[in-house]
Design a protein around this ligand. Sequence first.
Ligand code: G
Ligand code: G
Ligand code: MN
Length: 301
Amino acid sequence: DSDDPATLMRWSEMAMYVAKSQGKSRYQFFSEQINDKVHGELQIEAELRRALRDKGSELWIAYQPQLCTRTRRLVGVEALMRWRTPDGKALSPGDFIPIAEKSGLITEIGAWLLVRICEDLEELRRNGIELPKVSVNVSPRELKQGKSVVDDICHTLRRFGEPIERFQFEVTENALMAENGPEVLDAMRHAGFSLAIDDFGAGYSSLGYLKRFQVSALKIDRQFIQELPHDEENAAIVTAVIQMSAALGIKVVAEGVETEAQAEFLGTHGCDVLQGYHTGRPMPPAQLADFVRLNEANQRA
Ligand code: G
Ligand code: G
Ligand code: MN
């Protein structure tokens, strides 16, 4: 692909990285697409690094309400990262989190995220609002740092006077098997945090993990919720997960609830918590304040 030895080396190395990212014992030829992809990712990584340095004015956090299925009272929120670049483009965490994971930048993002959440909670408190619970997504790569990450988290929360019990960490099923995963999750629980399994049913589940890690909540992946109540197989899966969780004393959160029919089905079958566009979209903190006030007023009425 080139007459120049240095370029040839660089491009073969790029091809090697692509091969490695797809598993062991593979080969991969270099192509222009690979060049574009690697350059695109490097550019996003550089911009993300800059955005973090700029005290995160492009980065903000959206909070999605979680409501009690029975009373529709707010029981918590999930913190979801958002990025609006200077040219007005909104990048989804689905696009930049995987890149941040590959480059290790996720560690800095995780630290930034927690501070920003504490600042948002402080601002809400000034407006007379205390959130019951905040769920934070943690990626497998963040667990790789080992138990010291839990000390760092506790340190930040102490600095802001935030109670540990207010925080829940969401991990996907594969995080339980990640390098240092079990130790870090144990340390989180011992420190007083609760754990939720995110996208439950979408990965490789080992039911033994639910017991082993004393999980507090299961979040049923939205692929199972989407076609409720008419899809009989999904209805059976969801009902079974709810029954199993109830027997284990684990709370069930339904993700991606988009219709009242889904909410009703979930209520009838004993699902504890609803999260989705139907009960509340991810929203900036100011809007969340209005949401909480309205929710409280509805509870009194
Ligand atoms: O909000 P959205 O649907 O675009 O999120 C896409 C994915 O990004 C979700 O799976 C969510 O768990 C993940 N995500 C959102 N915010 C964070 C974050 O702050 N840290 C990590 N590790 N993942 C996040
Ligand atoms: O993987 P995780 O559960 O963390 O992803 C949560 C993401 O799901 C959020 O980023 C949010 O944007 C998205 N989401 C939340 N509610 C709904 C919904 O009702 N429908 C769909 N399609 N996506 C949703
Ligand atoms: Mn989540």
